[in-house]
Design a protein around this ligand. Structure first.
Ligand code: KPL
Length: 268
């Protein structure tokens, strides 16, 4: 039995906690309240992307305890690497979960892709075992940024379009969305390629539509945030993409417009 800490009591954090408890693991689920005892062997970070820095700083985990970052988008991994010297693992999941009145419901069985990012790899076995109990199947990647960029590319289309138009993911399968989806993908491809992530337009469009179909009835996390009047994770998704594009001297006007549009929606 492992002692596992989960930082972030949102839908995914609660789902992971529930599943690990069912598998007889000792779990501390930390929301906003301070941690009484910090004796976890491993912390899974399931906060919103924009909460990572503050939440980990408040947690102040002993520096030999591995951290597994499971939040949406990219960017917080670099912030965290600059903030702590703990062994760092990154992951992403396609499990769906919905929080309602303190309980959590799994809305879609998915998978987890993860890998080592920084520091000692000594606890890789523990990370693998815990993620396979929580979000099976959990697959380890030598270059963890590859699945994270793939997930970001999917989220950079599904999340802002569904949040902007207040539609379920499956609505994006309609003919009326196909030209916009293809244009967003075309704009992303050179940015992804400059990051060492080669996709063809057809393959990426097909992956996005496959996720929209598999999660057709779901409200994307960005639409859920919009409907609940919470800040969205657009900065870590389209924002991160646009910042990378700018550094590479590439132009991404459609993604920039979505970034600004979704940000503006949250300000009302
Ligand atoms: O990851 C998701 C999200 O909503 O953030 C998708 C895959 C789009 C499923 O809803």
């Amino acid at each position: 039995m492992a002692k596992i800490g989960i930082l972030g009591a949102g839908a995914i954090g609660r789902l992971v906690a529930q599943r690990l408890r069912k598998a007889d693991q000792e779990v501390t689920l930390k929301g906003r309240e301070p941690v009484q005892e910090n004796d976890a062997e491993l912390w899974l970070i399931c906060t919103k992307s924009y909460q990572v820095k503050e939440a980990v700083a408040a947690l102040s985990p002993p520096c030999d305890v591995p951290l597994v970052l499971l939040c949406n988008g990219l960017g917080p991994h670099q912030t965290l690497a600059g903030l702590v010297s703990n062994p760092l693992y990154l992951g992403t999941t396609t499990y769906g979960a919905r929080k309602s009145e303190g309980a959590v419901e799994m809305t879609g069985r998915g998978q987890c892709w993860y890998g080592h990012y920084r520091g000692s790899k000594a606890q890789l076995g523990l990370v693998h075992r815990v993620l396979n109990l929580a979000l099976p199947p959990a697959q380890c990647f030598d270059n963890v940024l590859a699945p994270l960029w793939r997930k970001l590319a999917i989220n950079a289309v599904i999340n802002p379009l569904t949040a902007r138009d207040k539609v379920a993911n499956g609505a994006l399968l309609a003919d009326t969305y196909q030209a916009e989806i293809t244009a967003l993908v075309t704009e992303m491809l050179p940015v992804l390629a400059a990051e060492g992530q080669a996709f063809t337009k057809e393959a990426l469009v097909a992956q996005i539509l496959a996720v929209a179909e598999a999660t057709a009835a779901n409200t994307s996390s960005m639409l859920a945030d919009r409907l609940a009047h919470r800040r969205t994770e657009i900065d870590a998704i389209n924002g991160y993409l646009c910042q990378k594009a700018q550094m590479q001297g590439l132009s991404t006007p459609r993604h920039l417009a979505l970034w600004q549009q979704i940000t503006a929606l949250g300000e009302h």
